[in-house]
Design a protein around this ligand. Structure first.
Ligand code: ZN
Length: 394
C-alpha cells in the first residue's frame, strides 16, 4: 500500500533526525557546550507508529504535533514532499497547512511552507490557489525566482499568454538572462488573432516574436498564412519558400499551402519550373517531396506526380510490389490508374501513423504543435515523414 511505503520512507527521515539528536546528546561528553534538549516525546511516538505501520495514526500525530522546532520542521517538509510525490495530495496539503498555522516560523520558513503548499495545489490542479500563493512569493528574497518559474508554468498550462509574457519579463529582470520562449507566447497570441480574423493584431504580436531565432522561424510561418489570407500571394510564396529552405522537414505542411498560393495567383506553370529546378539542384528533396504529395493527396502540377512515380519505382520496398518494367510497358491510362491506386494505399499508410514526435519525451501527435503537452518543451516536435513500409514485405 503506497501510504505505508510513504510513511516508511518518512520514517527514515525521522529516524535520521532522531539518530542525529541521539549522536549529539549521547556524544556530548566533556564538551563545553550544553547538551541539546531531550527530543520531543510525540516525535518518538510518531516514529514508533511509522515503524509499526500504523500510518494514519502516525500522520495524525505528526500533523497535530504541537512543537515544531528546527529539527522537526525539516521532517514535516520531507513528509509533505513525499506525500505529494506519491500523489497523496490531501495529506501533503494537511502537513503544509499545519506548518503554516504555527506562530513560531520565521519569514524564510514561512515562505518555504507557502511554496510547498502552492506546489501541492498545483499538483491537485487547483491553479487559482497555486497562482495566488506563488504571486505572494514574488517578493520573497529566497523563492522569487522559483515562484516566477512556477507562475510561468501555470500560465502556459492555462494558455494565458499575456500573463506568461509578464512573468517571463520579471524573470528576465531577476536573473539578468534573456529567455527565448517569450517569442513563442507572442506567436501563440498572433496565431490566435489570425484565426480570429484580426490580422492587424496578429502582425503586431509578431513584431515582438522576432527576439529569437525560434520566434523568427515560427513567426515566418504565421506571416505566410496571414499574407495568404490577405491574398498577397507573392509575399506568402516568398515566406513559405524561405521556411522550406530553413527546414525541409516541414515540406508536408508547407507544400499544400505553396501549391494553393501558386494556383490562386495563376502561377502554376512557374511552380512546375521551380520544383524541377529544386529537384535538379538537390536530389535529396525527392523523398520528402513525394511524401508530402502522397500525404496530402496533391495531383498538380504534373511534376509532383512524376516525382511520386519515380519514388515508387525506385523505392527499396515498393519496387518489389510495382514491377518497374511491367509498369513502363503499360499504356498511359493504365499507368495513371495503377499509380493512383498505389498512392491511395500509401496515403492511408501515411495517415495512419503518428505525424509528429517529440524529440525529448517521444509524445506523438497528428498535428504540428509547438508546445509539447507531455514534457512542456517548446518546439521539440519534429515531423515523422517516413512511410512505415517494411511490414508490407516482412
Ligand atoms: Zn515532449
Amino acid at each position: 500500500m503506497p501510504t505505508e511505503q510513504t510513511l516508511l520512507l518518512a520514517g527514515l527521515f525521522v529516524a535520521l533526525a532522531a539518530a542525529g539528536w541521539a549522536f549529539a546528546y549521547f556524544g556530548w561528553q566533556g564538551n563545553e557546550d550544553p547538551p541539546p534538549p531531550p527530543v520531543n516525546a510525540d516525535y518518538l511516538r510518531g516514529l514508533n507508529l511509522v515503524l509499526n505501520r500504523q500510518t494514519d495514526e502516525a500522520l495524525e500525530l505528526f500533523v497535530r504535533m504541537a512543537k515544531v522546532d528546527d529539527e522537526t520542521l525539516e521532517t514535516h517538509f520531507a513528509l509533505g514532499h513525499l506525500f505529494r510525490r506519491r500523489g497523496e495530495i490531501d495529506r501533503a496539503i494537511r502537513v503544509h497547512q499545519n506548518l503554516l498555522a504555527r506562530p513560531n516560523l520565521n519569514e524564510s520558513q514561512r515562505h518555504q511552507a507557502l511554496f510547498a503548499l502552492a506546489k501541492d495545489y498545483l499538483s491537485a490542479g487547483l491553479f487559482d490557489r497555486a497562482e495566488k500563493l506563488f504571486s505572494d512569493l514574488r517578493g520573497s528574497p529566497t523563492l522569487a525566482e522559483s515562484a516566477l518559474e512556477s507562475l510561468v508554468d501555470i500560465y502556459e498550462r492555462e494558455h494565458d499568454w499575456h500573463k506568461a509574457i509578464e512573468a517571463h519579463r520579471a524573470l528576465e529582470v531577476l536573473t539578468g538572462e534573456k529567455l527565448s520562449q517569450v517569442a513563442h507566447y507572442y506567436c501563440e497570441l498572433a496565431e490566435k488573432a489570425r484565426i480570429g480574423g484580426d490580422l492587424d493584431a496578429a502582425r503586431q504580436y509578431l513584431k515582438n516574436s522576432v527576439r529569437s531565432e525560434t520566434g523568427a522561424f515560427r513567426g515566418k510561418l504565421i506571416r505566410a498564412a496571414i499574407a495568404q489570407e490577405d491574398r498577397d500571394y507573392a509575399q506568402a510564396i516568398r515566406l513559405y519558400e524561405q521556411v522550406l529552405e530553413t527546414d525541409r522537414r516541414l515540406m508536408a505542411d508547407v507544400l499544400p499551402e505553396l501549391v494553393a498560393c501558386y494556383r490562386d495567383a495563376g502561377r502554376e506553370r512557374e511552380l512546375e519550373t521551380r520544383i524541377r529546378a529544386m529537384l535538379e539542384s538537390d536530389a535529396d528533396i525527392r523523398e520528402p517531396l513525394a511524401y508530402a504529395v502522397i500525404r496530402n493527396g496533391l495531383v498538380s502540377p504534373p511534376i509532383l506526380m512524376e516525382c511520386v512515380e519515380e519514388f515508387v519505382v525506385t523505392h527499396d520496398v515498393l519496387s518489389r510490389l510495382v514491377d518497374a518494367e511491367r509498369y513502363a510497358s503499360l499504356g498511359e491510362n493504365e499507368r495513371a490508374e495503377t499509380m493512383a491506386r498505389v498512392v491511395d494505399a500509401l496515403r492511408k499508410i501515411a495517415q495512419s501513423g503518428v505525424r509528429y514526435r517529440c524529440t525529448i519525451c517521444g509524445y506523438g501527435s497528428q498535428r504540428l504543435v509547438w508546445h509539447c503537452p507531455s514534457c512542456k518543451a517548446w518546439e521539440s516536435l519534429r515531423p515523422v515523414q517516413t512511410l512505415q513500409l517494411d511490414r508490407l514485405v516482412a
